[in-house]
Design a protein around this ligand. Sequence first.
Ligand code: ADP
Ligand code: MG
Length: 447
Amino acid sequence: MKERVLAARDLAAIFAEVIDRVRALDPANARRWFDQLTPLHLDGGSLGVGCPDQAQLQFLQDRCKEAFTRAAQRVTGHLVVVEFQLTSPGPSKGTVAAVTQSTAGPRLHPDYTFENFVVGPSNRLAHASCVAVSQSLGDTYNPLFLYGSSGLGKTHLLHAVCHQVLGEGSGEVIELLSCEEFVNRFIHAIEEGAVAGFQSQFRGADLLVIDDVQFLSEREHSQEEFFHTFNALYNNGKQIILSSDSPPAEIPAVEARLVSRFNWGLVARIDPPSFETRVAILKKKADLRGVELADEVAEYVARHVQANIRELEGTLTTIYAMAMTERQPISLALAQRALEGQIKLASKTVTITDIVDVVTWHFNVRLADLQSKRRSQSITEPRQICMYLARSLTKHSLEEIGGHLGGRDHTTVMHACTKIAEAAGADPKMKALLDALTRQITQASQS
Ligand code: ADP
Ligand code: MG
């Protein structure tokens, strides 16, 4: 008996050390709620880790497996693998029974809840309408259409609605997906001769949430399908929520009958956040990571990073990572050092040519390749990186950037920017590459 108690204590101590290491190894993905994870067992080459929440489980599996495994191997000195499991969320933390995963449901980001959303003048209407819709599906605003530039919280709000509806547990069928995924699945269904199944899946939803509908631009066949899905749901009083980077009428090459339907319910715009909102968001994001952020640091960062919230969060991650590696508290001086590069950058004029020069040299491709129609990974990635860097380092419009890179339209550039930003958020290697390229580009533009 005594031995077993000791073993459980050992396991808890080992696990606490693993969590500490994970935080140091991967600050971008470290969260305060890691403290609530429970070690289930350590045997047969595996460390079982219990997590009570489906969205958290997904996050751990998608983004944290490598860091946990590396940390566990260092702490135990054995080649263990970490396995995450869903546990029943009982009140007694120690006695977790592993439950089998039921239907997968929508893939939700665990951070993207209403609780974690900071409301300010820039997003008040969008937030309030999402809350209203989540409380009474199909009855208030249908469809609800959110729009705003990239990184201002559209996806966050869409996920928050789904979290809320799921949390109520009344069994509503939710379909949440990006428009790109909708289109791809539709094409796949056609190829497989499974269009009927595709249709019944989406037309059977109580809540259909489609993110980034600007992706429908110029895709006539998918627009047609989307139109019928929309009608079927709408006529049955089912809720539809859509997001886009521009208002319905300004999405290029979308049929008028769809544009008119997008306007049927409520169209809510999200603007860039004010200084006060940026400060509050930084504090919220720091809190999610279990980090104390002094007012002066939050205000300093909010003053210097204004473009969008994704960037604000990226800066926080850089500061946090620096504090972790240097084993120092987050001070104003440290934040200033972290931002130095970025601030200098803002005061220089970088041209698209500077960017293309550095990126083509790094990837050993030619400008003509980037401008061509080729879609192999070896060309697509540098092309998308060019677009992303042009967007963040120059003041050129999406159209201008697309024009420079083979006459691509603005949705393609937008998509590339989102994709690279997300990759940088998920993959430290991509983040490091972008930082290195940025440094080279700004140096090049000076000389
Ligand atoms: P969009 O879909 O509009 O491009 P996202 O929803 O992906 O933007 O938001 C980018 C990041 O900014 C996310 O991490 C999100 O949590 C955060 N964010 C945006 N708005 C807010 C807000 N009001 N409060 C807290 N976090 C926010
Ligand atoms: Mg989004």
